[in-house]
Design a protein around this ligand. Structure first.
Ligand code: GRG
Length: 296
């Protein structure tokens, strides 16, 4: 199956399950449930849940055992975006091409939407034990893994260092720190959760971890490049002409051409990490090309 169809298939599977997990807006108090749904169903690419499902497949696991974890990680990702957009953080009016949560529902509700999505994520992860078909030890390890990825050594740590670094010249080490936490942590938790729940061997887990780290890096460098190219096109400047006065990004530190090379290299390392996997890892391989060549 072509990669894009496979991604659409994963996204459909995840959307259906998310629709079942999220309380309907008819549940009192309806405003918070409506607002949670507004952000979750706003057209995200669903890359992280696809990573959970595809990693399970890569190690011979079944989707039904990891689908809850895939949904939990997407909810956690959406929480981070809703909070990141708040006036106290990035103060963004648009996300995924639509008004941000606080623009529609107000700041207090947007804070609560994020809190509710994060809480629901862990409710769903803990609920993995209810079917009785997944080993409890594996479930606990996954809950721990996702909590660490979301916490001050992961997503939140990356956001803190990003905030503390704004308007400062930062070096490669700090830039890597920020991105490995803001982007890499959830990518890594996604593949590891899918693989761990499916009984991956330690060697498979190490390789998938290396894959996710490099995929996350490629994703972030491409994100920086897309930001610059988008801004320059809006301002009518030649693409690549304005890398000096940008906030710290890979193209700002190294120039556009070198940043593109770095993204390609990270993509090669990601693909290389999958060398010992068979055809079952086809989607994970396809995702590398998708991330490298994406336009949004
Ligand atoms: C508020 C705790 C807290 C953390 C915020 C995720 C984040 C940290 C900030 C968002 C801004 C940003 C550039 C983060 C890096 C990760 C990233 C590129 C997120 C966007 O991911 P996509 O493109 O989003 O997968 P979609 O909309 O497709 O789900």
């Amino acid at each position: 199956m072509a990669f894009k169809e496979e991604l659409a298939g994963y996204a459909a599977m995840v959307d259906k399950a998310l629709d079942e997990y999220l309380p309907s807006a008819s549940n009192y108090p309806s405003l918070i449930h409506e607002a949670m749904r507004y952000s979750v169903f706003a057209g995200g690419k669903r890359l992280r849940p696809a990573l959970v499902l595809a990693s399970a497949r890569a190690v011979g696991g079944g989707y039904q055992f990891v689908l809850p974890a895939a949904c939990a990680i997407e909810l956690l990702h959406t929480y981070s975006l809703v909070h990141d957009d708040l006036p106290a953080m990035d103060n963004d009016d648009l996300r995924r091409g639509r008004p941000t949560s606080h623009k529609i529902y107000g700041e207090a509700m947007a804070v609560l939407v994020g809190d509710a999505l994060l809480t629901l994520a862990f409710e769903i992860l803990a609920g993995l034990s209810r079917s009785g078909s997944v080993d409890t030890g594996r479930i606990l390890r996954v809950i721990h893994e996702v909590a660490v990825a979301a916490g001050t050594m992961g997503l939140i740590g990356g956001q803190v260092v990003d905030i503390l670094s704004s308007d400062k010249l930062i070096d490669r080490q700090v830039l890597d720190y920020i991105h490995s936490r803001k982007t890499g942590a959830l990518y890594k938790a996604s593949v590891r959760a899918g693989a761990m729940l499916s009984g991956a061997t330690p060697e498979q887990l190490d390789k998938l971890t290396l894959y996710a780290e490099n995929l996350g890096l490629a994703f972030q460098i491409v994100d920086d490049i897309l930001d610059i190219e988008g801004d320059e096109q809006k301002l009518g400047k030649p693409v690549g002409s304005d890398t000096k006065n940008q906030k710290a990004t890979y193209p700002a530190l190294y120039g556009l051409a070198a940043a593109k090379d770095m993204a390609r290299q990270a993509a090669e390392h990601a693909t290389g990490a999958l060398a010992s996997f068979g055809a079952e890892a086809g989607f994970l391989r396809g995702l590398v090309g998708f991330v490298l060549n994406r336009e949004n």
